[in-house]
Design a protein around this ligand. Structure first.
Ligand SMILES: C[S@@+](CC[C@H](N)C(=O)[O-])C[C@H]1O[C@@H](n2cnc3c(N)ncnc32)[C@H](O)[C@@H]1O
Length: 253
């Protein structure tokens, strides 16, 4: 997500994620694990105030330098011990957490922090990946097995490749009510502006995870190379498409 080639994720998903929040313009929003602040800035356009918190101080410095709206603030801090003042605790109308639960070491602790930050009656909105939902058509040789090996490596590194499926359960366990779930799908077809960028993103993930992928022993170097070469051919293929589902859930305190 926090790489230049991740821009495509914002391009494909941010508008539908903001629309799904159904903001009225008066909300005080906390965006937990805000990264470089692209989505926080988009939310700030439709709300009264947004506070973005991320544990990476370097990322927060970049977010501050990049997004300068007067109703947008960035703060360094841990999602598992949110750095909120007494006059902020329990005052947010909306606490938003996208693409963080899949990598956090204690999902329930993050939910407890979110419930503490939101006001009674306010909403906690979670969005996260369900990585196995990724589908390419026409099929790319070896891609599905390599993607499966990547997910095994991702999970072995302490992440959760199916965090998206757990969102409603996590909200329920944290005591949230009025639970709602939806899928925000994205698909991109050959010829659309984001198509090649989406393939570049997949290539970058597989290249970055090359060593852990081999460590799973689920695929070998030949299969990984076939998948990468196949992605290059896929990029040139008219009639090709990438399909993906983002899980999106909310509940009230
Ligand atoms: C994949 S990025 C998502 C950024 C943003 N939420 C979005 O959807 O565009 C995950 C971010 O969560 C942050 N993060 C991970 N664990 C965290 C924690 N315990 N506390 C605060 N931030 C955390 C990372 O530093 C990273 O910037």
């Amino acid at each position: 997500m926090n790489r230049p080639d991740a821009t495509v994720v914002h391009e494909l998903l941010d508008a539908s994620c903001v629309a799904a929040l159904a903001l009225r313009g008066s909300e005080r929003v906390l965006d937990v694990g805000c990264g470089y602040g692209e989505l926080a800035a988009a939310i700030a356009v439709h709300s009264a105030r947004v506070l973005g918190i991320d544990c990476d101080g370097r990322i927060i410095a970049t977010a501050r330098a990049t997004h300068r709206a007067s109703n947008l603030e960035f703060r360094a801090g841990d999602a598992l011990a949110l750095p909120l003042r007494d006059d902020e605790l329990g005052r947010f109308d909306l606490v938003h957490v996208r693409f963080v639960l899949e990598s956090v070491r204690d999902q329930s602790a993050l939910l407890a922090q979110a419930m503490r930050a939101v006001r009674p009656g306010g909403r906690v909105v979670l969005a996260d990946d369900d990585h196995p939902s990724l589908r390419l058509w026409p099929e790319v040789p070896c891609f599905d097995s390599v993607w499966g090996a990547y997910l095994a490596a991702f999970d072995a590194a302490g992440n959760d490749s199916i965090a998206g499926r757990r969102l409603v359960a996590l909200l329920h366990e944290a005591g949230a009510v009025d639970l709602r779930a939806r899928v925000l799908s994205f698909a991109v077809a050959s010829g659309e502006p984001a198509f090649r960028a989406a393939i570049a993103r997949l290539r970058a993930i597989l290249s970055e995870w090359r060593v852990p992928i081999f460590a799973t022993r689920l695929v070998d170097a030949g299969e990984l190379d076939s998948a990468l070469t196949g992605l290059d051919a896929f990029a040139e293929s008219p009639g090709a498409a990438i399909w993906y589902a983002l899980c999106h859930a909310e509940g009230r305190r």
